[in-house]
Design a protein around this ligand. Sequence first.
Ligand SMILES: [Zn+2]
Length: 161
Amino acid sequence: MRPNTPLVDRIAKGTGVCVEMIQDTISRPTPGEGPCWEWNLSFAGVTPMIMLDGRPQPVRRVLVASIHGELPSTIRVVPVCPNKRCVNPNHTMVKNQFVDGLMTLTPPADFETAEDDIMDVVDTVYSTEQPWDAASLAEQFPVYTEEQFAEAIRKIEDEGL
Ligand SMILES: [Zn+2]
């Protein structure tokens, strides 16, 4: 996916960051650099979401895909910024869920633990209508896997999260 004006305009609208800075970051990503881009529009749990191609998609993943091209489903895009609303791709990390190796876009100092990750999935589950189904949730929110949704649903039901 190529960066396009409509996406940049929409990110500007959702964050209040100027179009020039967004365009510049997308064309020349520099890990760790720049201010936070605080998302002010819709969220799924704690995950910033944007409507694209007729469905809600995670903003960070859309931005990273606009820089690096289409992302395979095994690639997860995770925030490494302490600011939960931040979608700046310079504050975002790309991770292969099946390999321990990380493709790091930012220094992993603030990288969240697996336990935090599952809490994000739990938040996402809570943001949707019951009854919950791991497979359809995974389809709706491709940033997480069906296994992660199954685990989150189990935690909600068994541990009363
Ligand atoms: Zn940030």
